[in-house]
Design a protein around this ligand. Structure first.
Ligand code: TMP
Length: 211
C-alpha cells in the first residue's frame, strides 16, 4: 500500500522542530515506517538550492526567481525522495511543502496564486499531502520565540506585515479545506500542543483505516 504524505507548516517560531520530533515518536510508537525530510531541501541538490534561497545577499532576489527555485528544489525532492518512498509504502513527513509557497510567495510576496497553481500542476500533477498540520501562533509571539536563535536568514529578515499575510494565507487554506488541514494552536503549552497533534494524527489514522 502507498505511504501517506504528511506536511507541517507555520510561520516563524511556531515550534516546528520540536513538534516534528514528537510526530516522529508517534510514528515509531505506531510501528509506521517513514522518512522525515524538509523543504526547501531534502536531497543534496535541493539542499544546495536551499542555501541559495536562504542566503542574505545584496542583490535583490526577484520574486519569480525565488518561486522557480522553490519549485526546482521541489521537483528534485519529489523525484528522488517523496515519490519513491510513498511508492514503497513508507510515510513521508515533510517540514513544509507547497502550502509554504502559497503562503510565503503567494501571500507574503503578494504574487497571487495563479502562477503557483500552474507550477504546482506541472511539478506535482495531482499529488497533494494527505494531512497538513498548520502550527499557528500570533506573528509577534512567533518572531519573539524565533528571535533568540542564530543570525536571521533572508526570510526571517522580513517584517511583521509579511508574516501576517503568511499566517492569514495558512489559516484560510486550512479553513477552506478542513478535510486535509488541521490547525494546531501552538501558542499553548507544549503539552497542550502535543495533545492537539496526537488527536489530529489519531483521527487521521482512524479515517485512513476506515478507507
Ligand atoms: P525553514 O526555516 O522552516 O526550514 O524554512 C525556510 C524558509 O523558506 C522559511 O522562511 C519559509 C521559506 N519557504 C518559502 O518561502 N517558500 C516555500 O515554498 C518553502 C518550502 C519555504
Amino acid at each position: 500500500m502507498r505511504g501517506r504524505f504528511i506536511t507541517i507548516e507555520g510561520t516563524e517560531g511556531v515550534g516546528k522542530t520540536t513538534n516534528i520530533e514528537y510526530i516522529k515518536q508517534w510514528l515509531d510508537d505506531h510501528a509506521i515506517s517513514y522518512v522525515s525530510t524538509r523543504e526547501p531541501g531534502g536531497t543534496p541538490l535541493a539542499e544546495e538550492i536551499r542555501q541559495v534561497l536562504l542566503a542574505n545577499r545584496e542583490e535583490k532576489v526577484c520574486s519569480k526567481a525565488e518561486l522557480l527555485m522553490m519549485f526546482a528544489g521541489r521537483a528534485q525532492h519529489i523525484d528522488q525522495v517523496i515519490e519513491p518512498q510513498l511508492a514503497k509504502g513508507n510515510w513521508v513527513l515533510c517540514d513544509r511543502f507547497t502550502d509554504a509557497t502559497y503562503a510565503y510567495q503567494g501571500a507574503g510576496r503578494e504574487m497571487g496564486d495563479e502562477l503557483i497553481k500552474s507550477l504546482e500542476t506541472m511539478v506535482q500533477g495531482a499529488m497533494r499531502p494527505d494531512l497538513t498540520l498548520v502550527l499557528d501562533v500570533p506573528v509577534e509571539l512567533g518572531l519573539e520565540r524565533a528571535g533568540n536563535r542564530s543570525e536571521p536568514d533572508r526570510f526571517e529578515r522580513e517584517k511583521t506585515d509579511f508574516f501576517n499575510r503568511v499566517r492569514q494565507a495558512y489559516l484560510s487554506m486550512a479553513t477552506n479545506n478542513p478535510q486535509r488541514y488541521k490547525i494546531i494552536d501552538a501558542s499553548q503549552s507544549l503539552e497542550h500542543v502535543q495533545l492537539q497533534i496526537e488527536a489530529a494524527l489519531t483521527s487521521f489514522l482512524q479515517k485512513d483505516h476506515n478507507g
